[in-house]
Unconditional design. Sequence first.
Length: 255
Amino acid sequence: MWRLLVVILLAWCGPALAQWTGFYTPTARPTSAPVTRVEGMKGACIREILLAQMRYQIPDNLLLGIGLQESGLYRDGDLTVWPYTANAEGQGKYFDSAGEAVDWVNQRRREGVTSIDVGCMQINLHWHPDAFDTVADGFNPARNVDYAAAYLARLYRAKGDWTRAAASYHSATEELGRAYLARLQQNVQVANTRFDSFRAMVGPGDGRAVAPQPRMPTSGAFWTADLGRGAGGGGRSLFGPGEIEPILPVFMRGS
């Protein structure tokens, strides 16, 4: 009797079950061409910078300008902030992978070098010994940028002015801070005029990173409203007529 009931139920439910079979069957994810490690990381620092600017309410793409100044370079013709950069006592290097960058930093340390800047925002491992648990963490874009943004925000709260905060980000010495700002004002201008390109580099995956940045007052102790006339300014640009060019650090390719 029970066997007969089972047969009847299967016959009655079979068509309905068949309709749902495809719904519950896992489908393969769409595949795309492999992305090289270099191409895949091109927008990594930019994405974290844009998110951090909103998270810490840093105006006028100031953090992006600092990123360009600290680790900006061209990859395949695109201006970006590269995560695998390091500077040991004035010797700047960029690498294609975090592993290569970590190895280079560790080698410099074995040689006795202590002043080493790492990652998207070039955090100095000597002056910020508690920034990262490991050297590899320093080359993690999210961790590197978040530390830099939090540090800049603390400087702002202490100084009461984003311009002074930006100068102190580089150095507490006023003379060095002035020289840093002379370059930074131009890089902030580049960050703003090229914002759409940077936003496109991030891609559509994270809509939170596309919000426009509020303007920053330009009346600080060192800041000038005429951003296009900073040190090293020029009338022509790699970006096209009428746009200034960035002032970038000098990095040699590492191996």
